[in-house]
Design a protein around this ligand. Structure first.
Ligand code: GLN
Length: 276
């Protein structure tokens, strides 16, 4: 076994109490230390020395820092996003919102205008813009860090002509949009979270009051008027919140449907414009 293969084996063993994907984590850190994609690490022959930075990266992961913050990047849907402390790490669960939109707009020319409320790194907005190359969109976030990160992602993905990132809360734009995406904070204040999340990710993107519903209470009255005819809003929820969030929306006269993620958990509420 060469030095890199040995280091990968030892790192995976050390990481097994910390993560459910020790080998993957070790490979991602090694690829990052070598400055190559993980695929190249897996396919290539690397019989050189272990890069000097690897030990530091491994030590950070052993302290539960999310891989995405260590490598500074995370894949989401069809794009790679830059991420860092201060923005939520995009999660595969959130791709459920994009899947819901793809299904809704199937057989049409797709949404022309997209709004992402609480855009964070820009993950949902930019994934949707990558999905529908004719569309333009706006991402809104209350965090200055998120705005910087999202604008960086807009530039890196070559979407400056199609995406605007603005500072703001849940008010939206006041206009109507074919597709509204929203992954608000929805964790109840007292809930226990894994150390990766609790100790590293921004509390403002996670916590939403005693029952985790505070932000939905503010979003529900504002969203209906901003969905264009034929459009939808796709809103992320915690797996036990479908009934409560659906009720908040129905109280505003908005038809809503639940969609599950790949694990079979309720994950997304699809909201339709009020039928006049
Ligand atoms: N799904 C995230 C978690 O449980 C929460 C994200 C959010 O609050 N929007 O870590």
């Amino acid at each position: 076994m060469n030095a890199i293969a040995l280091a990968l084996r030892d790192a995976a063993a050390a990481l097994s109490p910390v993560t459910q994907t020790p080998r993957l984590d070790a490979e991602l850190l090694m690829a990052h230390a070598l400055g190559i994609p993980r695929e190249a690490l897996l396919l290539g022959r690397h019989d050189g020395a272990v890069p000097p930075g690897f030990a530091t990266l491994l030590a950070r992961r052993l302290r539960h820092e999310p891989i995405a913050y260590i490598t500074g990047t995370r894949a989401f849907w069809t794009i790679d996003l830059a991420v860092g402390p201060g923005v939520l790490v995009p999660r595969a669960d959130s791709e459920t919102l994009i899947e819901a939109a793809v299904e809704h707009f199937a057989g049409t020319s797709g949404p022309r205008t997209i709004l992402d409320l609480g855009t964070g790194s820009g993950a949902l907005l930019l994934a949707a813009l990558d999905q529908w190359p004719e569309a333009t969109g706006i991402g809104i976030d209350a965090s200055d860090t998120a705005i910087k990160v999202a604008r960086g992602n807009v530039r890196r993905l070559g979407m400056t002509g199609r995406a605007r990132i603005l500072s703001g809360g849940w008010t939206g734009t006041g206009g109507a949009h074919d597709l509204i995406l929203c992954n608000p904070p929805y964790v109840a204040t007292g809930d226990t979270l894994p150390p990766e999340v609790r100790d590293f990710e921004p509390a403002s993107a996670l916590f939403a009051g005693a029952d985790g519903l505070d932000d939905y209470r503010r979003i529900a009255p504002l969203i209906g008027g901003q969905i264009a005819p034929g459009g939808i809003a796709a809103i992320e929820i915690g797996h036990a919140q479908a009934v409560a969030v659906t009720a908040l929306l129905r109280a505003e006269g908005l038809p809503a449907r639940v969609r599950r993620d790949l694990a079979g958990h309720d994950r997304c509420i699809i909201v339709y414009p009020v039928r006049l």
